[in-house]
Design a protein. Sequence first.
Length: 146
Amino acid sequence: MVEWGSITMRVFVLLFNARTENEGIHTLKTGDRNIVLMFESEDDATRYALLLEAQDFLAPAVESIDAEDVEDFCDNAHYECKLVPEGTLAVPPESAAEELDWQPEGQTTPDASSSNPGGAAADNADQPNFSQQELDRIRRQLEGLL
């Protein structure tokens, strides 16, 4: 468990379709392992989310969660979690997962289970269709990073 003294710390994770029945958490797939990143800093998590968007992945929301809750989720889902210390320059992998355990809102797969709303969302292999307005919003966010 990640603790500072006797206080359980809050971390930031990347969620897709946050607070919906089709919520998914971003994971990194390494071999047969799924790893959930727990960021100490909201700014670092936001920067990582923007890097994902810049690589044409879905836009995740940065959500604050108790580290213990993330660890419990990972234990139950047979995932691992990794703490990303504040100031660490975490960079998403350049390659996308071939298959997702979770589907974006409005898309279903024959084996998708509605009883698993927290299913893993690895990198998106399918290129999403963005409206011009959405592309302009992403472009402005990226320009703001420069």
